[in-house]
Write a protein that binds this ligand. Structure first.
Ligand SMILES: *Cc1c(COP(=O)(O)O)cnc(C)c1O
Length: 217
């Protein structure tokens, strides 16, 4: 299995230095990840806890591992010692467990809150009202949340060719980012099929898999 080197450098050029490229390496073998690492890539995203822990042990220590999948509270402990950024925090309960495990590990762990912006019912995440509740809960009692740092928001747009609908969803997420993180929030939005739209709407971090590694089949 090989990487699409040309696409990689094209995307890197497009994103410049301001926007972080997270290479989504789920289901890809260690050798393929190493090929992209050799090009200079350091941020990699994984969706499954067991797969992530296995790869982390086999790859260089300076890889920044992003957990981008749906994280179950009972699995936080397996990744807490090394994870760089957890993108999909979608409940206060999960956030509390991350804080608890991070305290045990002697770390402060960066996270993004996932916001539900798509039409599909199946995608995870808070709505605007729930986001407000979480932000107020955490900011109102900062000493109880000393081991998590909420750095920004993450979202996934609808899976549709309707460009204006996808753009509107991304725009809505940017509005929420500006409201809660007016200074320097991270905005994780955009995948292979829609990252250019996401960038136009203010994304600061894109998560791209199939364009770099070929389709997962
Ligand atoms: C798989 C995945 C991606 C990457 O998707 P591609 O379409 O392959 O770029 C991005 N974000 C999340 C949350 C994913 O699960």
């Amino acid at each position: 299995m090989s990487i699409n080197r040309e696409a990689y450098w094209e995307i890197r050029k497009e994103l410049g230095v301001e926007i972080t490229l997270v290479a989504v390496s789920k289901t890809k073998p260690v050798s393929t990840i190493l090929a992209l690492y050799s090009e200079g890539q350091r941020d990699f995203g994984e969706n499954y806890v067991q797969e992530l822990t296995e790869k982390q042990q086999q790859l260089p220590a300076d890889v920044r591992w992003h957990f981008i999948g749906h994280l179950q509270s009972n699995k936080v402990k397996y990744i807490i010692s090394f994870v760089y950024l957890i993108h999909g925090v979608d409940s206060l309960r999960l956030l509390k467990e991350i804080d608890r495990q991070a305290a045990k590990a002697g770390r402060v762990v960066d996270v993004l809150l996932q916001v539900h912006i798509a039409r599909e019912e199946t995608k995870y995440g808070f709505d605007a009202g729930e986001l407000e509740q979480v932000m107020e809960t955490v900011r109102g009692a900062a000493d109880e949340w000393a081991h998590v740092r909420i750095r920004g928001l993450m979202g996934m747009a609808s899976n549709t060719d309707d460009v204006s609908a996808v753009s509107a969803e991304f725009r809505g997420l940017k509005v929420l980012l500006d409201r809660w993180f007016p200074a320097d929030g991270i905005l994780s939005m955009g995948m292979s099929g829609d990252y250019q739209l996401a960038v136009k709407e203010g994304s600061t971090m894109v998560r791209i898999g199939s364009l770099l590694f070929g389709s997962r089949g």
